[in-house]
Design a protein around this ligand. Sequence first.
Ligand SMILES: [Fe+2]
Length: 470
Amino acid sequence: MKVEQIFTGCLAEMAYFISDNGEAAVIDPLRETEPYIEMAKAEGAKIKWIFLTHFHADFVSGQVDLAKKTGATIVFGPSATAAYDIHEAKDGEMFPVGKINLKLLHTPGHTMESISLLLVDEKGETPYLFSGDALFIGDVGRPDLAVKHGSITESDLAGFLFDSLRNKIMPLPDSTIVYPNHGAGSACGKNMSKETFDTLGNQKKTNYALRADMTKDEFIKEVITGLKAPPQYFPKNAGMNKSVNKSIDDILEQGLTALSPREFKTVAEQDDVLIIDARSKASFTKEFIPGSWFIGIDGSFAPWVGALVTNINQKIIILAPRGREKEVVTRLARVGYDNTMGYLKGGIRSWKAAGFETDAIGSYSGEEALTAFKKGKINLVDVRKESEYFSQHVDKVISFPLDFINKNFSEINSKKEYTLHCASGYRSLIAASIFKANGVKNVSDVRGGFKALKRAGAKLTDYVCPSTML
Ligand SMILES: [Fe+2]
């Protein structure tokens, strides 16, 4: 028997590959199909089942492609309906994989069709629980994403989750290893820990949602308190997971079209095309193609694309670090951006060699930014989340979270100079590129972000909780 956890940092997502005696199952695969097919090949196994623990909202799965390529059956929990062939399983149903079984537990709450899968080995023991978004390490799945106006509320769903955890998961042996679908950084929960697995016994001691003496009402209140509005792409991805989408092979074929600088420029000049520059922060700051958005591949690339590019069908052309074009196209497709039209062949060098214009972002050290700010020469803007700003920020700095940049851009005066900072410099550069693309000429960035400003001796303001201000 082999159980493999496949962790994808960008989405804080965990897929699973389980094989035994020539058969395999995949749980919650991402959009691409190759890695799972390769794993099965390496094990000499045939993928028999593809489980989706629920209709994911934070990524698009490639389950239909994978089923076509392997002949596997796609399995969902009770009440799931999709525009493609699925096996709608019953609570308690057994799915044989070689000599072991995966027992499906219906664990509604995060969504109504949510399931967990319990591995039952040859001896009848149950060492592993694949808990989907029912139970995370340190948290549980948020119950507000699958709310149906007029028929089911987040409190109803939180109530179902309480019952699922108490009746289906908590009675399992304390030694059971919990393998969840997400970890810290995912917007599917609010308080997940960095660990990617734990024993159920330890979770009972440390996870607030599994407290033994908790009433259902307390659970509902705690689980729904402090939930932030989900990113705009969540309902779109959930919808795509119920539909048949463009195949990953077609997406890659189109996205990996090499465009000469002249062709790239012609495509870029169309109104409905966006250039995404996925290179490093240093490369972008130095020189970039006017109008392009920086969203570096070495960061939370897919979630930021999802949060900021509001049209999921957006036509995109890319500038990728050399040799990483396929990775960029794949990572866009993981969040449903399937219309990459090609990449710049030869990168920024070929663009310049063709005689085309570039732009640059000004860059301040922490000390330089602070001096200019004190003299009133620059508008210092904090683009971190509101919660980060409230916990501590540079005195008199403006809060303008990157998450809401599209909604709030009208507040920006394009004639002013803005110097942006975040925690370490990734988000501020994304914001700076969007400022530039929207016609703000004087935009600069603080190298090293908030940390550099703190080191330079910035006067800080800590949050004063409104209730204590009375
Ligand atoms: Fe989810």
